[in-house]
Design a protein around this ligand. Structure first.
Ligand SMILES: [Zn+2]
Length: 446
């Protein structure tokens, strides 16, 4: 069946500027034409009032962390104490409860204008480490959840084999582990791409994958030309332990074992040496900043400007889902840098949008998304310009209102593959997203 639809965009972000009155023709989920100076909506067109952007890509997600929102804010501590609370939640997940939670979380993402998610997935097996009857039951639950919520997913199937350098997994971590990288590869080789889903790889961290296992994961991704993500230097304790075990930094260890390169994305890249920054940049390795999580977990501020200057492409993720708002992630990257340097204007709004859309999609293996042009996937999101946050006539409409003033609550439309998933702020596939979230979180608390 040949499905065509025209959308009329009151204002459209066309990579460098806003254009009023743009018609976007789509067929079978792709953009076939972008027509400017269309002052009135063509007959039969879906009308998108506000500012329409390319779909947003959430390049780093752990869907189950959404169950910790609010509850993990009580008390003091560090990343490491937060992790204990997170492990207690992970211990209660089953394929069914994880499916229900992820469907609701991905629906929340759709409502926030996110059209693709990179799910960094490591809860593979039953508690204790016994595989499910389908060893990929958990990954399949996430892929199905994304389909039901109407968004794209790159399942970054994650190798997680040890609790630290030379240490076996702890009780909580047993369900994350396949034992060896070969066994990990064998399991995830069974997973297949679909229209809305692509399969990528991840190395949880240099703590969780022994050095002699890194190459197996890197080779698996290389052979499939699949994206490869890795948590990198989020914590100084990881750097210290890596130096003690291997006499080098995590970035150096990854470089030594063939992990860095243009299809690889380092997540966080927070505590790096000058040499690390140049290794990451010169190898073409990307960087996924997760500013709302990094500030929530008291991680520190990563050197995003320096990384970009050395050649690392930047993208953004909501990671622990303390909030799900890619516009907030985008401006937080700039605002963190302002606080650190006491100067403004490190990125333009256009550059921040690029990180939140085209470059995020590229990091997830969706190179054909993230732009409004013929041939691209028909994925876009519309920001209302008449809310309390965005109202006020501007002399010249740019991306600034969207990036520096709007929030996820201002997303009025989300279109994925030419399908209107969110219309006028209402999710069309998951009827009551707050209830779905509440029920899924309650089920996990038992
Ligand atoms: Zn993470």
């Amino acid at each position: 069946m040949h499905v065509t639809q025209t959308y009329w965009l009151e204002h459209a972000w066309l990579d460098t500027h806003v254009e009023p009155g743009v018609a976007v023709d789509t067929a079978d989920g792709r953009i076939t034409a972008v027509r400017s100076e269309v002052t009135t909506p063509p007959p039969g067109a879906e009308i998108l009032r506000g500012l329409t952007l390319p779909g947003l890509a959430n390049a780093h997600s752990h869907a189950f962390h959404r169950a910790l929102r609010g509850t993990a804010q009580v008390g003091s501590g560090t990343f490491w104490t937060w992790r204990e609370v997170m492990y207690a939640t992970a211990a209660r997940l089953t394929p069914d409860t994880y499916h229900a939670l992820a469907r609701a979380v991905y629906a929340e993402m759709a409502l926030a204008g996110i059209t693709a998610v990179g799910e960094f997935h490591y809860v593979h097996h039953a508690p204790g480490g016994t595989p499910y009857a389908d060893p990929n039951a958990m990954g399949e639950a996430l892929v199905a959840a994304a389909a039901e919520a109407g968004i794209r997913i790159t399942l970054l199937d994650t190798a997680y084999l040890s609790s630290g350098f030379g240490q076996p997994p702890t009780t909580h971590q047993l369900r994350f582990s396949d034992g060896t990288a070969d066994a990990w590869a064998e399991r995830c080789s069974v997973l297949k791409d679909r229209d809305h889903a692509r399969i990528g790889a991840a190395i949880h961290s240099v703590r969780a994958v022994p050095a002699d296992q890194l190459e197996t994961v890197a080779r698996w991704a290389e052979e499939r030309r699949a994206p490869l993500h890795v948590h990198l230097s989020e914590q100084t304790a990881e750097n210290d332990a890596c130096r003690e075990a291997h006499g080098c930094t995590p970035a150096q260890l990854l470089a030594l074992h063939g992990v860095l390169g243009p299809r690889t994305t380092g997540v966080h890249n927070t505590h790096l040496t000058a040499e690390d920054i140049s290794l990451i940049g010169s190898s073409g390795t990307g960087t996924c900043m997760c500013p709302t999580t990094e500030r929530d977990l008291a991680d520190g501020i990563g050197p995003a400007v320096a990384l970009q200057n050395e050649g690392s492409r930047l993208c953004l993720g909501s990671d622990s889902h303390a909030v799900i708002d890619l516009l907030e992630e985008a401006r937080a990257m700039e605002l963190n840098e302002r606080l650190r340097t006491r100067t403004r204007g490190h990125w333009t709004a256009a550059a921040l949008l690029r990180a939140a859309s085209a470059d995020g999609h590229a990091a997830l293996g969706w190179d054909e998304a993230g732009t409004l042009e013929p041939g691209a996937l028909a994925d876009f999101t519309t920001i209302a310009l008449d809310s309390v946050r965005t109202a006020g006539p501007l002399p010249r409409l740019g991306a600034e209102s969207a990036v520096f003033a709007a929030s996820a609550a201002d997303v009025s439309h989300t279109v994925v593959g030419g399908r209107h998933v969110v219309r006028d702020g209402v999710h069309r596939l998951v009827p009551d997203v707050p209830k779905a979230l509440a029920d899924a979180v309650a089920a996990l608390r038992g």
